[in-house]
Design a protein around this ligand. Structure first.
Ligand code: ADP
Ligand code: F6P
Length: 462
């Protein structure tokens, strides 16, 4: 069996908690089989980085996984991570051209760091290794590796959405960027909608020949593309739920909020998550359905993220102001409508938090998948489960058809769906939950990993 080498922008110790779908899924999928996890250490050095080769790589072992990481200099971080990845690719791929800041220096910095990562990864690779590259930070990595003579099988999985071709075409370097995908043997995306957009882009903008469904040919290479919706480790989550941290959390919540109906949101503090609209939807609920006043409490946990990118600072202020107004306009001496907590919750406590809540509000404006939706369902008591209110624009909506789907821009629609969720009879809750759990179990993180790696092994390389 070939060794798996995972490459992602951020490498996190598998034994420490992390927020973000990618870290959680990669950890789960490497933990059993072991392998190498290569990427940025998350550290920024103030001195200009020295050396371009192996001397920048640090290798540590964590169980059966070798973590190979390198620091970035401040300049590399600013150009590649903050500048291009998060001021161009993230907003554009989430359909937010209004937030994109195009700057040629950032594009050059992005390419430079991809070259650097390729240079340092190359000597770690053995001929039979299968390389699995993740997410938008590393789109040109395979092209850089190929230019260095690497002939390994290389697959790429994009965790974020693929927008329609004309939105992608707004990126000044889109031709170079998308062409570089042809250096992979397999490109995986989260949903059928993403796959359709990718195929249309390749056919119209890159003039690729569609050899057959999911197989494209252009620039002298054949590329396979497919949808591989990412899942969670249901069993691992179930055993976390039985742990003392989770049980304590559940008990604390039940004591603290004994007379309340709880709603929950757990996200990174990111403009793609639709947090202001969600809060305004909740406000609308209190306005239209006043029976929820003094009764319903929304617990919104938001982990700070990418704080040195402007749009994130603005979102933080906006959230402070919306939550402050909600509490001061509707709050009572013995009840506050929103508990807004800007921080990470320890992963071991999450199932207890989810289980204490009757409704989850998962309302991103756009999301590749959204794992919180699946975690919430997996944490519920099957005999008395909570209800998921889910944005139709999350990748998860394609699979989770029995959730209550909403348009996240429509705050009235959020209010109505939330009211239906809060008042849904037990029998209907159980029926929906059962159907959703069948799908979450079937398409879990192990299915995702195996389906992707099997397809990569079988991809026609030419
Ligand atoms: P994204 O990858 O965009 O962050 P996902 O919903 O797919 O969104 O994945 C987020 C992951 O990070 C989930 O596993 C979730 O439990 C975790 N997470 C997100 N926000 C928090 C938080 N505030 N505290 C703890 N875990 C979080
Ligand atoms: O899953 C989407 C994602 O962008 C990952 O690629 C990333 O690791 C995670 O969210 C958290 O973001 P960041 O690494 O920028 O803190």
């Amino acid at each position: 069996m070939s060794r798996i080498v995972v490459v992602s922008n951020r490498v996190s110790d598998p034994h420490k908690p992390a927020a973000g779908g990618l870290a959680v899924a990669v950890k789960e999928s490497l933990r059993k089989t072991g392998g190498i996890w290569f990427g940025w250490s998350g550290r920024i050095t103030d001195e200009p980085a020295r050396g371009s080769g192996q001397e920048r790589v640090r290798v540590e072992t964590s169980g059966n996984i070798r973590l190979a990481t390198m620091d970035l200099s401040r300049r590399e971080y600013e150009m590649y991570y903050a500048g291009y990845s998060n001021n161009v690719l993230w907003p554009v791929f989430h359909y937010r051209l209004d937030l994109a800041q195009f700057d040629k220096r950032h594009a050059a910095g992005y390419r430079h760091v991809n070259q650097l990562l390729a240079q340092q990864l190359r000597p770690l690779l053995e001929p039979d290794d299968i390389v699995w590259v993740h997410d938008y930070h590393l789109i040109p990595l395979a092209a850089e590796l190929r230019a260095m003579g690497c002939e390994n099988r290389i697959g790429f999985f994009l965790h974020i959405p693929v927008p329609p071709p004309l939105i992608l075409a707004a990126i000044p370097e889109h031709e170079w960027l998308m062409r570089s995908l042809f250096s992979y043997d397999l490109v995986g995306v989260q949903s059928q909608a993403d796959l359709t957009h990718l195929e249309r882009y390749m056919a119209t903008e890159a003039k690729a020949e569609i050899v057959r469904d999911g197989v494209l040919r252009a620039f002298g290479r054949t590329l396979q593309i497919g949808a591989f919706p990412i899942g969670i480790d249901v069993n691992e989550f179930a055993s976390l739920a039985k742990g003392t941290e989770s049980m304590d959390m559940l008990e604390t919540m039940r004591e603290e909020y004994s007379r309340r109906q709880l709603l929950v949101g757990v996200d990174r503090l990111d403009y793609s998550k639709g947090l202001p609209q969600r809060l305004l939807g909740f406000r609308e609920l209190l306005e239209r359905y006043p029976e929820n006043r003094s009764r319903a409490t929304l617990i919104q946990i938001a982990a700070p993220s990418r704080e040195d990118v402007d749009a994130y600072g603005e979102l933080r202020q906006q959230m402070d102001s919306i939550c402050g107004a909600l509490n001061s306009d509707y709050g009572e001496l013995d009840w506050m409508p929103v508990r807004y907590i800007r921080r990470n919750v320890a992963r071991k406590r999450l199932p207890g938090l989810y289980r204490a809540c009757r409704v989850a509000l998962v309302t991103p404006l756009r999301d590749g998948m959204n794992l919180v939706a699946k975690e919430f369902l997996a944490a519920q008591d099957p005999a008395d489960p909570g209800v998921l209110v889910l944005s139709r624009f999350a990748g998860a909506a394609e699979q989770l058809t029995e959730a209550l789907h909403v348009n996240p821009y429509d705050t009235e629609g959020i209010a109505h769906a939330t009211q239906s969720a809060l008042t849904m009879p037990l029998e209907e809750r159980v029926k929906r939950h059962e159907a959703l759990m069948t799908r979450i179990r079937r398409y879990d993180v192990h299915w995702w990993r195996n389906a992707f790696l099997d397809a990569l092994e079988q991809a026609v390389v030419a």
